[in-house]
Design a protein around this ligand. Structure first.
Ligand code: ZN
Ligand code: ZN
Length: 100
């Protein structure tokens, strides 16, 4: 886990918002668990982000944005089959291609 304030205020203390804390009959802290991820910066009160989970989420989003592998489109001018990732111009006749 690598928490960081979303306002980048430099605070390094955070509070878990949805932690369940176990106490004994005398009220002494025994244990806790995070019921739901969610943290705030104790310095400025802004939400905090767990940086260790961000790269995985961004990778998943990037993968979803990529066109399916091997997607070809036909040039409307010379009818050459063009790979979508090869640019927006037909390599054969230079006609601009619209990727749907
Ligand atoms: Zn902060
Ligand atoms: Zn062409």
């Amino acid at each position: 886990m690598l928490l960081m304030c979303t306002r980048r205020c430099g605070g390094d203390l955070f509070r878990a918002l949805f932690a369940e804390v176990d106490i004994d009959s005398g009220g002494d802290y025994q244990d806790h668990r995070i019921a739901q991820p969610g943290f705030i910066c104790l310095n400025c009160g802004a939400p905090a982000l767990d940086l260790s989970e961000v790269p995985a989420e961004m990778e998943a989003e990037a993968a979803a944005d990529e066109p399916p592998a091997g997607a070809d489109i036909l040039c409307p001018v010379c009818e050459t089959l063009v790979q979508v990732d090869s640019g927006m111009e037909c390599p054969n006749c230079g006609a601009p291609l619209e990727v749907a």
